[in-house]
Write a new protein. Sequence first.
Length: 282
Amino acid sequence: MTLSSVATATSSQSALTASQQSVRIKVSSLDKVYPSPQGDVVAVEKVSFDVRQGEFVALLGPSGCGKSTILNMVAGLLPRTGGDIRIDQDAVTLGQVNRKVGYVFQRDTVFPWRTVEANIGYGLEIAGVAKAQRGPKVEQAITKAGLTGFGKSFPRMLSGGMRQRVALMRTLIMEPEILLMDEPFGALDTHTKLEMHKTLLEIWERERQTVLFVTHDLGEALTLASRIILLSARPGRLKEDFEVPFSRPRDAVSLRETKEFGELYTHIWHSLGEEFRRTKAE
């Protein structure tokens, strides 16, 4: 079966499945303009998309196209200039905490003075969960992240990938229904990044959170996502929306060796490459 026929069949099936799922994140005509002495800078312009229950959606595009800006507006961390953002039909309000949503930042944000278990349990501690109740949850999270035996270790004793696992589990232990991730593996080397992909895929297969994941790495997007939303060079506009037809569960390494992966990579890269060239020309 050719890539196009697989993509067509999977896309039709996905469309049917998606129509039966509820929309968790709805972004409508989103704009973001930054004022400056040299004139207004339009970062994001008229971007609209939906993320449905259980979808893993990647926001992909060249640097400066507004990916992280969009994510931060969805999280309520950044004001929007225009448009509308809703989570479960409720309008997103700047600065208002939504307990359904968890956020994983670009770099690990672990506290160097806390052990692995104390870092992972931090959110539960702040939420007032008793120590006796936190313990089993933290231990389970440590096991899920492949950090067994490192609970008493401090961040300085861990590799970059291990610290990022701690940061990831500190978010996931709060059991968010929606997970926002801003290039969380961007600073890692290739081998460590693939290990993190494996960890995240295993966790997502079990938990099936709704995920909006920002990346500039096409290989990463294809490995992880169910859909890829491609943004244009600045100002960021929605250029294309691709279904990723690869079956699950996925192996983060062997998937990249398949013919189908290479064909879809080449297809999307052509469109992404146009935006890289536009960015360079500017």
